[in-house]
Design a protein around this ligand. Structure first.
Ligand code: S3P
Length: 448
């Protein structure tokens, strides 16, 4: 399958996006450990998240899906049963690393496998802390890559200083910590997304933070079953936000979007680049904030993305690199070496595709230097089997002269099943109109 994209007419649209991927994985897992039935609304039934759902089913949890975005999870008070075979995590690093933490707490043996891309991704980052906690965990692939064979139980709480700012590592340790004796603490070099902590709190699992970024969980707790509504995924909205931001006068409203402040760094970057962004939090009841983002496009200018900002917009960097190519001046992305171990080497993939489309790009070990504005020309580009590369270059195609063909785009189903329909809506002159400005009076403009 491929996307064929042409230059888009000016954006004037109002959209919603499917549920947050990170939150969907975690909500399913924590609900499965709870003491009763939890209905999860807004669940992202993408391929990635369904791997977690099917893994939980294989571990004896009954889960119904009455509608595509509704999951009814029957928690069994932390009791899981040995799976009959290996557990397939597909393409999902989040599924494999979070499940590794969960399975480290079980006395039975399990084996986690993944597709070719996941089988190349590093697992030593979760193996090290889980072994310290007492789990017997082995990577069967070369250089600590999957499959993972895990036999756990009898875990002890540890204080772990993670060498990498990764929410997957933090979550694996915290999930294992739920099954450990005493207190388990994780410290990371800079803050990553905090969904596990917030969901633990929402499901009444006691955690602690020390104000310096250390997070702790106390063992032996059973999550209290509750219903939960998952907000729209800002990482999916990012593609449309960039598309609107880069069109002077373009105007986009995204409703029902997650506004957790460990995930909104993208909005700050778009403001620095010249776009006008307004956001309004509408719902804080469930700890995960949800609201509206309104963006008005402008001639963008280059910016520098580095340091502590990077873990908080790591998944948005492919889309932001496209914004960088369209901006006047230089955009520098650094301290982003993590991009090299995502679904593909995203630094190499972005540089390759942007160059094919006519942009001037310098590839660095830990990032990219992009010289804009590039008069992008339509081209045939590869997805490299990576959903975010496929979607970012569909957006690049909206700004290119001629037709852009993005190849092998089945991978978008990992995180954004309706992307193709949304793209057609976006290009279509029939799409819904909104009046401007929608938020103005109720929220400050970002950057003011
Ligand atoms: C995720 C964390 C990030 C992100 C991934 C989802 C999560 O990965 O890139 O898409 O849900 O915890 P890292 O933890 O490796 O940074």
């Amino acid at each position: 399958m491929e996307f064929r994209v042409k230059r888009a007419p000016r954006v004037e649209a109002e959209i919603t996006v499917p549920g947050d991927k990170s939150i969907s994985h975690r909500a399913a897992i924590i609900a499965a450990l709870s003491n009763g039935t939890c209905t999860l609304h807004g669940f992202l039934s993408s391929e990635d998240c369904m791997h977690t759902v099917n893994a939980l089913r294989a571990l004896g949890i009954q889960i119904e899906q009455p509608e595509p975005d509704v999951l009814v999870v029957h928690g069994k008070r932390r009791v899981l049963t040995p799976p009959k075979g290996e557990i397939d995590c597909g393409n999902s690093g989040t599924a494999m690393r979070l499940l590794a933490g969960l399975l480290a707490g079980q006395t039975f043996e399990s084996r986690l496998v993944g597709d070719a891309s996941l089988s190349r991704r590093p697992m030593d980052r979760v193996i090290a802390p889980l072994r310290q906690m007492g789990a017997d965990i082995v990577a069967e692939g070369p250089e600590h890559t999957p499959p993972l064979r895990i036999r756990g139980g009898s875990l002890r709480g540890i204080h772990y200083n993670s060498p990498v700012a990764s929410a997957q590592v933090k979550s694996a340790v915290l999930l294992a910590g739920l099954f450990a004796k005493g207190k388990t603490t994780i410290d990371e070099p800079s803050a990553s997304r905090n969904h596990t902590e917030l969901l633990f709190n929402y499901f009444l699992v006691r955690t602690a933070t020390d104000g310096n970024g250390c997070v702790s969980v106390f063992g032996d707790q059973v999550p209290e079953s509750r219903d939960f509504t998952i907000p729209g995924d800002i990482s999916s909205a990012a593609f449309w936000l960039v598309a609107a931001a880069a069109q002077p006068g373009g105007h986009l409203l995204v409703r029902g979007i997650g506004l957790n402040d460990t995930r909104t760094a993208l909005l700050g970057v778009l403001v620095r680049m010249g776009a006008q962004v307004r956001e309004a939090v509408e719902d804080v009841d469930q700890l995960e904030h949800r609201g509206i983002v309104e963006i008005t496009g402008a001639p963008l200018k280059g910016t520098v993305i580095q340091g502590k900002e990077v873990p908080q917009l790591i998944d948005e960097l492919p889309a932001l690199a496209v914004a960088g190519a369209l901006a006047t001046g230089t955009t520098i992305i650094r301290h982003a070496q993590e991009l090299r171990v995502k679904e593909t080497d995203r630094i190499a993939a972005i540089a390759h595709n942007l160059r094919i489309m006519g942009a001037q790009v310098i590839e660095m070990n830990d990032g990219l230097e992009i010289h804009g504005p590039a008069p992008l020309r339509g081209a045939r580009v590869a997805s490299f089997g990576d959903h975010r590369i496929a979607m970012a270059f569909a957006v690049a195609g909206l700004f290119a002269e001629g037709e852009t063909i993005v190849q092998d785009v089945e991978c978008v189903r990992e995180s954004y099943p309706g992307f193709e329909a949304a793209l057609e809506e976006f290009i279509s002159p029939k799409r819904s109109r909104v009046s401007t400005p929608v938020i103005g009076s109720i929220s400050p403009t970002r950057g003011e």
